[in-house]
Design a protein around this ligand. Structure first.
Ligand code: PEP
Ligand code: MN
Length: 343
């Protein structure tokens, strides 16, 4: 990280930057001071955890914070903490990262067309903008339902035409990205594939927005490093998705790191949405985390709904029913109104 000090800083200001840097790195050798273009520049390197630049923002004498030594530079073009990138989905007239909270709802997996159409009709009537559903499913074991593949993509496409909902669906390997992108308004990269670099490079070469789920054991730096592959490939349309991480807590499937929402907004220009379904792994806990997502400033939700959760071919235990979804959407609309956010 490089801290560019403003020209009118006093010697006292500069020494407080240096002492804070030394304190945070716990290594006097990690801090170097130089003059460039009339500015003092304090360079801070760390072999350990990257240093959070927020610590330096409160020191008024810093003009610019350049974090470009990190494994990403395009993902963090938000040194002022105020820039937001809006991802437009023109075919459904939705914007992610703007003033609206965008809800994406549907089954874990595309199963059959009648159910899918029914789910989509309920979702659109309740105010969802996109239909989620995996045609290709990344399952923990090879004996579980693996998705219906191309046939599922075709069903999504027909349901899209029928209902006007956008489609978000997962691509698991580079070879299917083109097909998935032909149907999807947003291509989902799943948690298990967050660091599948050939896959990231492939979606980076396209223009279709990409929803990059956080790996279940990924640090913020690893997640942003993965986003960087897509951005570096030339696709600026990256949406981050927090879906719970693995921690020592055993009471839920994963631990929803909702605290990452303001950090993403402070440090990056990218939108972030929350997946309360995979995070909690329990339908009864999904509504409260969905409401927390909206209150936290997240840009949207990815949520699993199913007409008969007990009969779902995957993740039924965390899918909410139509009635529960309707009730949740009513509550979200009230919170959104209070916050001045559109749904
Ligand atoms: C999914 O969205 O159905 C999914 C498999 O999610 P994750 O990659 O977060 O486990
Ligand atoms: Mn699922």
């Amino acid at each position: 990280m490089r801290l560019i000090i403003s020209k009118d800083a006093t010697a006292g200001d500069i020494s407080s930057v240096i002492s804070l840097a030394r304190e945070l790195t716990d290594d006097p050798g990690a801090v170097a001071v130089e003059t460039r273009d009339g500015h003092m520049v304090v360079s801070v390197t760390s072999n350990g955890d990257p240093i959070d630049p927020i610590a330096f923002r409160s020191l008024g004498c810093i003009e610019t914070i350049d974090e470009s030594y990190l494994p990403y530079r395009l993902a963090i073009q938000n040194a002022t903490g105020t820039e937001r990138f809006k991802i437009e989905l023109p075919s459904i007239q939705a914007t992610i990262g703007g003033d609206d909270f965008v809800v994406m709802a549907g089954p874990c997996a595309v199963e059959d067309e009648t159910d899918l159409l029914e789910i989509a009709r309920i979702a659109v009537a309740a105010g969802a903008r996109l239909l989620r559903g995996g045609a290709y499913k990344p399952r923990t074991g090879p004996y579980s339902f693996q998705g219906i593949g191309e046939e599922g993509l075709e069903m999504l496409s027909r349901v899209r035409n029928e209902t006007g909902l956008g489609i978000i669906t997962e691509a698991m390997e580079p070879a299917t990205v083109e097909k998935v992108s032909g149907v999807a308004d947003i291509v989902q990269i799943g948690s298990r594939n967050m660091q599948n670099f050939p896959l990231l490079k492939e979606v980076g070469m396209g223009t279709v927005p990409v929803l990059l789920k956080r790996g279940m054991s990924a640090t913020l730096e690893e997640w942003l490093g993965a986003a960087e592959y897509i951005l570096d490939g030339g696709n600026p349309n990256v949406i981050l998705c927090e879906r719970g991480i693995r921690t020592f807590s055993r009471h839920s499937r994963h631990t929803l790191d909702i605290g990452v929402v303001p950090v993403i907004h402070e440090r990056t220009h990218l939108p972030i949405i929350i997946d309360p379904s995979h995070a909690t792994g329990a339908a009864s806990r999904v509504p409260s985390m969905a409401k927390a997502a909206l209150a936290s400033g997240a840009d949207g939700l990815l949520i699993e709904i199913h007409p008969n959760p007990e009969r779902a071919k995957s993740d039924g235990f965390q899918a909410i029913t139509f009635d529960q979804f309707d009730k949740l959407m009513d509550e979200l609309k009230k919170i959104a109104t209070a916050l001045g956010v559109g749904i």
